[in-house]
Ligand binder design. Structure first.
Ligand code: ZN
Length: 622
């Protein structure tokens, strides 16, 4: 007898995986199906290497496989992938150092998201963590390598002039400490422990917004973790200011709730917080005074007041006075400089960046040593930075910058140091720019080849076949073809090792090649897609993309997926013509079988090499 097919429930969507260094917490951000998440989520233990895995049934992973790789930590790697598609199962695998007791790893349900907590704390902390970061692509959304950064704690002379000011920040802190996240949503998981997020999970590199409310004429954003801002911008119709918070989750109960900033009717400003992307929160204030809104970070960076600067009572921002004790500058490369301010007490600050300037307000800083500061900054990449002591405000640090410059500001765990990193953008090359010395000219006929992934970063994997192996093989073939024709070739990796995206970019910038070519293998959740696509980002790379793509399509009989303009890190941050070739789909059975053959690799390498040569020759005649 034929039974009825069971009605398949809509799967849960696993949106992202995130880590938090300080508490060794891993978040899986999940949009539940109507049925709710399965009740019996369990860890299974495996040996050699020491690891655990868990399967989320009836779930689909949105986006690519996600992988976190850690250095100098008891957790070695965390990986999340679509384990099977029929039935839908998402599998997470966490690999630990040998000897780490995995019995202490806990699964926690925090408002429908899965939180995995590794006790004891398994990952080392950095002294600095980000407060403001414009370089969103560098954020560890999918594949990261976390190095325990060696940042020396700066020596701080003790000059104790502590004076009681107002208590806004104390209130902020109080509000933070009083917040608890309810996780009593009636679901019981195996090995789930109940958790008070605020007291037990002191997040450092992630943020969980549990509430937002009016405070001293502004909006206080309150939650667990270290708050960071990636961008602030303005929109019209109606006029509003938008501030994005990366690596942030908004509690479901407060998403998109509108609140009036002036309940007394003195203004029409309203505020709203949403989960803008799976991994990003967005605060929108609708107001005629959009340009006046500024973010004020508490000294511990665990709360932020978003307020109209006209309404800000600066003297109320902290209960301690801090002094600038020491300034350090360091040149990272010709385009990038780092500056560290070290203070006697934690600082309360606001970071305001617009198209041509960067201003950092240090609200509770009352003094600095000007001659010493000038001496430190002279001849450095920060020689144009000025400090001024503003009555009623504190110290303002300002510097002229360009629209394309990338600004990052980090704060130390103790709130007593801030680090500013400015990377000058491509378009700010000018003789008057202190960051750029004579730009090295590209070495004609030199090519940097970049085999995608490597080492612990496998890239896409299907049926035991790894993207990283195919990319290296093809790249080495391209390299020897080019070398045999007399071209100078440098590879970002020549064996199975992990190289970060930034290291690949740095390598190319140092080599100063004429062009940069990155080689990858494509993948999709569906098994149908196949074919070749060539990615470029800057318009000056389009010619190169066109030429190589044409050779590939001439040589290989597969689907022509065309040129794609994509903001991949390596082709966006390199300053020479740069492209990324997706040489075929590992997720398509037929194409995967072909990709591993000698003939397909040979044809691919030949097409890429010939495309490169044609392009370089075309440049000589220009
Ligand atoms: Zn890839």
């Amino acid at each position: 007898m034929q039974g009825f097919a069971p009605v398949k429930a809509e799967p849960s969507k696993v949106m992202s995986m995130n880590y938090d260094l300080s508490s060794s917490v891993i978040f899986l951000n999940i949009l539940e199906s109507q049925e709710g998440l399965q009740k019996n989520l369990k860890f299974s233990k495996l040996e050699n290497p020491n690891r655990i895995y868990f399967d989320i049934e009836n779930a689909v992973l949105i986006g690519d496989k996600q992988q976190l790789i850690f250095d100098k930590s008891k957790i070695k790697e965390i990986r999340l992938s679509q384990f099977t598609t029929d039935p839908d199962v998402v599998r997470g695998v966490i690999t630990f150092e040998e000897g780490f007791d995995t019995a202490k790893v806990k699964l926690v349900n925090v408002n429908g998201n899965i939180v995995i907590r590794c006790v004891p704390i398994a990952i080392n902390n950095d002294y600095f963590s980000p407060l403001y970061d414009e370089n969103e692509e560098s954020l560890p959304y999918s594949s990261i390598k976390v190095n325990s950064q060696v940042v020396q704690k700066v020596e701080i002379p003790q000059s104790a002039s502590v004076k009681a000011y107002g208590n806004v920040i104390a209130d902020i802190q109080q509000a933070f400490e009083n917040s608890t996240l309810s996780n009593s949503d009636g679901k019981s998981y195996d090995s789930v422990v109940s958790v008070d997020l605020s007291s037990n999970l002191k997040l450092r590199t992630r943020y969980y917004i549990s509430g937002y409310y009016l405070k001293n004429g502004g909006i206080l954003i309150n939650g667990s973790g270290q708050i960071a801002v990636s961008k602030m911008f303005y929109l019209d119709g109606p006029k509003r200011v938008v501030i994005d918070l990366p690596n942030t989750f908004v509690d479901k109960s407060i998403r998109n709730k509108e609140i009036k900033i002036c309940p007394d009717g003195s203004c029409k400003d309203t505020a709203r917080i949403g989960q803008f992307e799976y991994n990003k929160a967005r605060v929108v204030i609708t107001t005629d005074d959009a340009e006046k809104y500024i973010p004020v970070f508490s000294a511990d960076a665990q709360s932020m007041l978003f307020i109209n600067a006209d309404k800000l009572n600066h003297t109320d921002l902290a209960n301690t006075v801090s002094n600038l004790a020491k300034t350090y500058v360091r040149k990272i490369d010709n385009k990038t400089g780092e500056l560290i301010f070290s203070f006697t007490e934690p600082v309360v600050q606001s970071i305001l960046r617009n198209d041509n300037s960067l201003n950092i307000y240090l609200f509770n800083v009352k003094s600095y040593n000007e001659p010493e500061l000038i001496k430190t900054l002279q001849n450095s990449q920060y020689k144009d930075l000025t400090l001024s002591l503003l009555p009623q405000i504190g110290v303002k640090a300002s510097m002229e910058i360009n629209k394309d410059d990338i600004v990052k500001v980090d704060q130390s765990v103790d709130g007593k140091a801030i680090r500013m990193t400015i990377k000058r953008g491509v378009e700010s090359v000018s003789s008057s720019n202190p960051f750029i010395t004579a730009k090295k000219t590209a070495i004609k006929g030199k090519i940097v080849l970049d085999p995608g992934h490597g080492g612990s970063d496998y890239g896409a994997i299907r049926e035991g076949i790894n993207e990283k192996d195919i990319t290296l093989d093809i790249t080495q073939r391209v390299a020897s073809l080019l070398k045999s024709k007399g071209y100078k070739v440098a590879l970002t990796r020549t064996d199975d090792t992990y190289v970060s995206l930034q290291e690949r970019v740095d390598f190319s910038e140092n080599e100063t090649p004429e062009i940069f070519v990155s080689i990858h293998v494509n993948s999709a959740v569906a098994t149908e897609p196949k074919g070749i696509e060539t990615h470029y980002y800057h318009d000056f790379s389009k010619d190169l993309a066109n030429t190589i793509h044409r050779h590939l399509m001439k040589e290989i009989d597969t689907k022509d997926r065309g040129l794609v303009k994509s903001k991949f890190y390596v082709i966006n941050h390199t300053t020479v013509p740069a492209i990324l070739v997706e040489t075929g789909f590992i997720s398509n059975d037929e194409e995967r079988a072909e990709l591993v053959t000698d003939s397909r690799k040979k044809k691919t390498a030949k097409a890429i090499a010939e495309g490169i040569i044609e392009y370089i020759k075309s440049q000589q005649t220009k």
